[in-house]
Ligand binder design. Structure first.
Ligand code: NAD
Length: 496
């Protein structure tokens, strides 16, 4: 299923036929490749080379570093269709979403190329005569990227495009569930390196491995920044370990994203917004809509319309004309069924959620997306189940809706559908949504790369991608220069 694709992307057959770790496609559950998992010692050797590469790369002028990323963007443009298809095969995303993920890679490359000429610092007024102060941004070191299965290529590129223009080297450990797309990204990056011609060896490396390989990155003090995307469980382990050696982290962890659906909302927009955010990527986005907090006056209409829309959703092979592909694996299916059982125990009424296409795909896990009416924000609702379950809660007073939006441990994405300006502004105010993303009349998922992406509380607090997220990949330095013939001290201190 993948030979032709991988070859067209430049991945040698030896990389995906000779290991012991099986790779399955969620489309039909079949084994499509075998890869070798790297040991801790192999990871450490890669960090050695990356550290050496950093020492020369940091002195390359930033716009020249941007040229490498520009070339990578060109390679991605030329291979968008194949890489997008590989994302579909390995992660189960529908074709449009696979292509969209590669487009996000191209977009961040463009952003980073511009950024390579805009790593601006500040000039600061000095209190001393004949002095000036400035703030400069310096390269940081080796950046370790640990990524999740559900955005197997985009998350790496968000980090890598910025890290490279900022003068850093990168070592990437993708999810053990999606090593093939990672091998393809590495092969494509090597094409860009070849065209660039002068990058140091080992500037951008890939480690195929499991948690142990991730831990090698986490514990190595030469890895100045660990950017880790995945579950809150993973972040709880990674965060303190990196902090114990005073390393930096960008943590992009689980979400539990809500929509407040106000009585004034344009319901046509809202229903479409819910459908894309709740059902897209089979509910396996960190920004997937998991809770709708709907005003009681429109709840019945919304539920009826949603159930009709859910019944029409085409489920099946993500490469064909379907809207919902498979769950990643059986564990994910079991977690979904467990959450639905718990929701029923906690008073919920479940619509959908059943396994689909079992006869056709006995080893794959397709499900009907579920809508669950809940009597309140019970324990199961407060937990992220990485599957298409949409909990529906109702409210009468706007303040209650806001409270429900915020009363979960996670703080990634949120939105409100309303045409009431006061509600919209309140939602985005200091006492409004406590999430990293707060949208108006747009669903919770599908962010653009231009904004900083990330969330609060158990989502980890990290920001990556656009805006000034690049600053996390650099070392801030404050410089004071004395161009006078005196040596005055700050605060007027006399020390004679
Ligand atoms: P996961 O936590 O199981 O694995 C993520 C990565 O962490 C994998 O590469 C894994 O090998 C590695 N890992 C696990 N334990 C580790 C440890 N102790 N030390 C070092 N590395 C370790 O997550 P998953 O199932 O692949 O992805 C789904 C989760 O990711 C969901 O919770 C989702 O919300 C989250 N996610 C968050 C974002 C975001 O930007 N906030 C984006 C995508 C996914």
């Amino acid at each position: 299923m993948v030979d032709g694709l991988l070859q067209s992307l430049g991945v040698p057959a030896s990389a995906y036929t000779q290991g012991t770790h099986p790779v399955h496609t969620p489309i039909d559950g079949s084994q499509i490749a075998k890869v070798a998992l790297e040991s801790k010692a192999q990871v450490t050797a890669k960090i050695d080379t990356a550290a050496k590469a950093f020492h020369s790369w940091r002195d390359v002028p930033a716009p020249r570093r941007g040229e490498l990323v520009r070339l990578f963007g060109e390679v991605l443009r030329a291979h968008k269709a194949q890489l997008g298809e590989l994302v579909s095969v390995e992660a189960g995303k529908i074709t449009q979403e696979g292509l969209g993920e590669v487009q996000e890679m191209i977009d961040i490359c463009d952003f980073a190329v511009g950024l390579s000429r805009q790593l601006y610092g500040l000039t600061i007024a000095s209190e001393r005569p004949g002095h000036h102060m400035r703030e400069t941004w310096q390269p940081l070191g080796v950046v370790g990227v640990i990524s999740a299965f559900n955005f197997p290529v985009a998350v790496w590129s968000w980090n890598t495009a910025l890290a490279l223009v900022c003068g850093n080297a990168v070592v990437w450990k993708p999810s053990e569930k999606t090593p093939l797309t990672a091998l393809a990204c590495q092969a494509l990056f090597e094409k860009a390196l070849k065209a660039f011609g002068q990058a140091p060896e080992g500037l951008c490396q890939l480690v195929i491995g499991d948690r142990e390989a991730g831990e090698a990155l986490v514990d190595d003090s030469r890895v100045a920044l660990v950017s880790a995307t995945g579950s809150t469980r993973m972040g709880r382990e990674v965060g303190p370990r990196v902090a114990a050696r005073f390393g930096r982290t960008i943590l992009e962890l689980g979400g539990n994203n809500a929509m407040i659906l106000a009585p004034s909302a344009d319901l046509n927009l809202a229903i479409r917004g819910i459908l894309f955010s709740a059902v897209g990527t089979a509910g396996q986005r960190c920004t997937t809509l998991r809770r709708v907090i709907v005003h009681s006056s429109v709840k019945e209409e919304v539920l009826t319309r949603l159930k009709t829309a859910y019944s029409k959703v085409r489920i099946g092979d993500p490469r064909k004309d379907n809207l919902v592909g498979p769950l990643i694996d059986k564990a994910s299916f079991d977690a979904m069924q467990g959450a639905l059982a718990k929701a029923r125990d906690e008073g919920g009424s479940v619509f959908g959620g059943e396994r689909q296409l079992q006869d056709q795909y006995p080893d794959a896990y397709y499900v009907a997306p579920a809508i669950v009416e809940m009597p309140g924000q019970t324990e199961v609702v407060r937990h992220e189940t990485f599957a298409p379950i949409l909990y529906v809660l109702s409210y009468d007073e706007f303040e209650d809706a806001l409270r429900l939006n915020n009363e979960v441990p996670q703080g990634l994405s949120s939105c409100i559908f309303t045409t009431d300006l006061r509600e919209a502004e309140r939602f985005q105010s200091a006492s409004g949504s406590d999430c990293g993303i707060a949208n108006v009349n747009i669903g919770t998922s599908g962010a653009e790369i231009g904004g900083a992406f990330g969330g609060e509380k158990e989502t980890g607090g990290g920001r990556e991608s656009g805006s000034d997220a690049w600053k996390a990949y650099m070392r801030r330095q404050t410089n004071t220069v004395n161009y006078s013939r005196e040596l005055p001290l700050a605060q007027g201190i006399v020390f004679d």
